[in-house]
Design a protein around this ligand. Sequence first.
Ligand code: PLP
Length: 375
Amino acid sequence: MNTIYFDNAATSPMYPEVLEAMMPYFQDFFGNPSSTHKKGREVKAKLEQARKEVARCLNATASEIFFTSCATEANNTILKSVVKSYGTKHIISSSLEHHAVLYTLHYLEAIEDLTVHYVKHDSKGVLDLEHLKELLEKFPNALVTIMHGNNEIGNLNPIKEIAELCQKSGAFFHSDTVQTIGHYALDVQELGLNALVGSAHKFHGPKGVGVLYLKAGSKLHSFIHGGAQERGFRAGTENIAGIIGLSEALSLTYQSLDKDKEYISSLKAYLIEQLRLEIEGVEFNGSEVFEESLYSLINISLPPLRNSGMLLFNLDLNNISVSSGSACSSGAQIGSHVLQALEVVAERPSIRCSFSKFNTKEEIDFFVKKLASLY
Ligand code: PLP
């Protein structure tokens, strides 16, 4: 039996077309894009073509696009470079951010003379925008970093509204859009933010390549020093095959964005319906307003279960790959900081399911049946 893969927010299977597009750049087109000879120039041309395609998808200009080794690097780059370049004294964020942001903020607070302020949220993880406004009034030139789609509970933060607030106060707004690039048509002009980041493996591209949009006119010091790659902003020989793969994957997702969104949304809605029918007392962590949550992700809160520590293992034995959204913190298992921040009851096991267009209703039926059989 094939594995039922419901962990696409962790990583997604690569499109075969992406692998095909990448293959020549491991062999025939092996040149270094910084070389001025023919072998280098032909790769450089392809690199710039990929950059243009990514810029087209995001409605940015090619000069605003930088490639990195992953989204973690892109997040680190923006946060550390803004602090160094602008002498930031106040950062506004949320305790529900991914560790790529959260731990970078902890580090910055420990070594720099700055303070991080966390926007309040309710028990569903919905941010308190009034509190954000108050913070922006107090610290108008802050660096604001608030993610778009939460990778654990799925909440979609209103980044356009947040960008407007930041513009009014003169704050720099960065958003970790890893879970929404390639899933939603993000238009940087319309959104009006200063920086956003993405990771190819979250939208059927290869691992080990990220992208950073930085609004034109931002005068930031480079984060990685060395060669003149990426216009001197990010030194290091480019991961050409990865970049080609990222651009190809983004391009492909854009070809069927609306259709895929409709289909994947229907899977999520079906799972919610079936769980409510089959498991008494099932609840959901995060926002339950469908449009205010990632259409591809759901965090299920199950009634207490004996041996709940074996739940994921049990599902895995049945060829079902899901992720835990555990709120507990016992032994080697480190609980989710997001569920802890929402004060989710530790006795209720949590499971995160995240879908792609390759999933089916039949897989959901099988999953719900297995889960229900444990009660
Ligand atoms: N930010 C979010 C919201 C994520 O979900 C992830 C990956 O899970 C990352 C950042 C880190 O991405 P990468 O694996 O490309 O470093």
